[in-house]
Design a protein around this ligand. Sequence first.
Ligand SMILES: *[C@@H]1O[C@H](CO)[C@@H](O)[C@H](O)[C@H]1NC(C)=O
Ligand SMILES: *[C@@H]1O[C@H](CO)[C@@H](O)[C@H](O)[C@H]1NC(C)=O
Length: 314
Amino acid sequence: MAKLNGAYFVGTGLGVVIALVGILIYCFISIECCDCHWISLDEEGLEKDFTHKLFGQHIASEVIVKAIKGSLSIPDPKKPLTMSLHGYSGTGKNFVGQLIARNLYKNGMKSQYIHVFVSTLHFPHVQLTDQYQNELQMWIRGNVTLCPRSMFIFDEMDKMHPGVINAIKPFLDYTSDVDKVDYRKAIFIFLSNSGGDKINEFTLSILMSGKDRESIELSQLEEELSLMVFNDNNNGFWQTNLIQTNLIDYFIPFLPLEFKHVVSCVRAELASRGVKNESIVTIIASSMVYYPKEEKLFSLKGCKTVASKVNLYF
Ligand SMILES: *[C@@H]1O[C@H](CO)[C@@H](O)[C@H](O)[C@H]1NC(C)=O
Ligand SMILES: *[C@@H]1O[C@H](CO)[C@@H](O)[C@H](O)[C@H]1NC(C)=O
């Protein structure tokens, strides 16, 4: 009998070892796991990408790189990292999400630990708000349980129903564990156009006064943005609710792009297709629409339609 037991224990021991080796092989070779093999910050890559691939956003580059590096280096953060990116479409807000993803998750945007929600796509019907609230809370809870270092990107925040915004709020707070799940390692990124008008007006006034856009400091725009927040009724809820309650760590303005930035975007897009031709770069960049009417300083759609314009040529 004793012998049998011994054999039994050896057998179970072997089973456990095989299982562990199995998990190890599984994580290293094939399927993504929530561990540092799959999720670890490439600081150098992050800095490089923000310097060389994000055009015309000196404030965003500096603040976001600092925020990510700072927050991820703390082993025991007090709250999840929350950033709100403001500016017109085409200025690079979505792109920033991709840059963070590819330097933090081995699978980049394809990582199963990144979740992107677009208001008009995922939460389109006001009458379904209750359902959206429940689902969203369940998803955030479920996914953070699976992997504390999950990233949630909410696009079109300014079009999000207040009820849905309220559903996100509890997760952003300092409270360490809402229902026994620890959310403090999660990353929440909110994208919106709100404030874009102010940002553009301010940038225009700086350029018209003969100064460089690089002379604009975050503090100047923060002031502009916070004034706007309380005067803007259209998307006032998103603003006041999350901002007043101090749940957002960083407000990051995205400046309107000038011709030279569009040129950089086109050049990068062509390079990614193996094409190097400066005359095509100029032709495509010039075919974009610029405003204001007189000065034609800023690209109306930023770099948003660059890829499709390039398609027309090839
Ligand atoms: C994770 O989030 C996705 C939506 O992005 C959802 O479909 C899925 O059910 C969630 N997983 C869990 C375990 O809750
Ligand atoms: C660049 O593109 C233009 C316009 O399509 C073409 O005429 C020219 O030959 C190209 N130059 C090079 C170096 O390929």
